[in-house]
Design a protein around this ligand. Structure first.
Ligand code: BGC
Length: 440
């Protein structure tokens, strides 16, 4: 019951953020005019497809390569053109995209997070409604209703998801934890208990927590907000029903401030992989990161349970901090037939299985057989189960909860605070400013 309430809240949120009124038509049926003779926007030149992602290096590149292999098998006549841009979380890709889209120079398709992140592109009419393609490819039956709801904006759908990631995961080095006299199997119950453990790890001479550049800082903050506010009040941060200047947010910011004392500031300019590497190498105990991290451990032949352990951020057990990578059809894409080929592959069972096995995420499709599910790692099988039963909330750092402009403003405020440029009080005021206009 609680989960249903949470989902309804988020569906309502995505609608209110588009600033278009309209009914909450998220039933999974289309109102588009199928059967019309006009050419669909995804028909046309299929000789190539240029794909912008931020899966440019490391384990993420391996995931993209697995997907491209299936793409090439399924579409031998369409050339895949890799337009990947470095920078985890899309830290550089999103800026370049905004400039290219504004200059009417779009790629054939680009990676964007399902949810509110698409709002700015939709409002600027830079991406096309592809709900008719959902019917053509029978995607409404393939994806769970909860996901279709998150993708539907005023009856239209603007992207196809390739995967679902979970953001509220702690990745930990059991040896470092043990050396501090703690039991790695004993997961701290809440933020205070976790902080107490970190004090012991610090006293034992190891870095308790690693933290990288701005978006990784926002991701840590969002998980602290979920832990301290609980999922319902956290969801309320995005529709105006929970005030960003409330006392409960102040408490979470206080915990965040305390967590920073356990980090090494020399990593604040690093991307997520170098920050995670200290945990991999046994130099630090914890890192909070999405489950793309498991691909990094895998690619270094590390064993879950012995080389590393993982658990939900303390205080967020039973909550799935959701984000999904998805792909769009930009207005004026030079090779729309190529885009259709790409969207077909990334949504196909073969594409989703090959990609997600390497990427660490779970397929967005919910129609995998037990045998197909068994091909995934134990972590991923657990994540599939959690996604089906946990309370789902939307990630701020990864575009599910807020439009790009607000997420960027939050990132700026967080980075300033982390670098010591603002007091906690000023930080909270900046978060209020960054999100002003919500719920209106
Ligand atoms: C994307 C993931 C990616 C991560 C780190 C997230 O925004 O959704 O696919 O692995 O950033 O780059």
């Amino acid at each position: 019951m609680r989960r249903i309430v949470a989902l309804a809240g988020v569906a309502a949120l995505s609608l209110s953020l588009t600033a278009c009124g309209g009914d909450d038509n998220t039933s999974g049926t289309t109102e588009e005019g199928e059967g019309t003779s006009a050419a669909q926007p995804w028909e046309g030149d299929a000789s190539e497809v240029s794909v912008t992602t931020w899966w440019e290096a490391g384990s993420e590149k391996l995931g993209l390569e697995a997907l491209v292999e299936v793409f090439n098998e399924q579409n031998p006549d369409t050339e895949f053109v890799n337009a990947a841009l470095a920078g985890g979380g899309g830290s550089q890709a999103k800026q370049k995209l905004a400039a290219d889209l504004a200059a009417q120079n779009p790629p054939d398709t680009f990676q964007a997070h399902a949810g509110a992140e698409l709002t700015d592109y939709i409002d600027a009419a830079q991406i096309v409604d592809i709900s008719g393609l959902y019917d053509e490819l029978k995607l409404r039956d393939a994806f769970p209703d909860s996901l279709i709801d998150r993708l539907t904006v005023d009856g239209a759908i603007y992207s196809v998801p390739s995967n679902i990631h979970r953001a509220n995961v702690v990745w930990a080095n059991p040896t470092v934890i043990e050396e501090a006299g703690l039991d790695p199997a004993q997961v701290p119950a809440d933020m205070d208990a976790w902080i107490a453990d970190m004090e012991k790890i610090q006293a034992a001479g190891k870095t308790p927590l690693t933290l990288g550049m701005a978006w990784t800082q926002t991701q840590l903050l969002e998980t602290v907000l979920i832990a301290d506010l609980g999922p319902d009040a956290y969801n309320g941060l995005f529709d105006g029903s929970t005030a960003w200047d409330s006392a409960e947010v102040t408490t979470a910011l206080g915990h965040f401030e305390k967590l920073l004392t356990f980090t090494d500031s020399s990593l604040y300019s690093e991307d997520w992989e170098p920050a995670m590497q200290l945990v991999v190498d046994g130099k630090a105990a914890y890192n909070v990161m999405g489950d793309w991290a498991i691909a990094s451990f895998d690619s270094q032949d590390k064993e879950a349970g012995t080389d590393y352990v993982y658990f939900p951020v303390p205080g967020t057990d039973g909550v799935f901090d959701f984000l999904a990578d998805s792909f769009t059809l930009p207005e004026g894409a030079p090779h729309p037939g190529g885009t259709k080929a790409w969207l077909s592959t990334i949504s196909s069972k073969e594409g989703q299985i090959a990609f997600n096995k390497v990427k660490g995420s779970i397929p967005a499709r919910s129609d995998l057989s037990d045998d197909e599910k068994a091909e995934f790692s134990e972590y991923q099988q657990n994540a599939m189960e959690s996604f089906g039963q946990d309370i789902i909330v939307s990630s701020i750092a990864h575009g599910a909860a807020l439009p790009v402009k607000m997420s960027n403003a939050i990132n700026d405020a967080v980075a300033k605070f982390v670098e010591g440029g603002s007091s906690l009080e000023d930080f909270q005021a900046e978060l209020v400013d960054a999100t002003s206009g919500l719920g209106q």
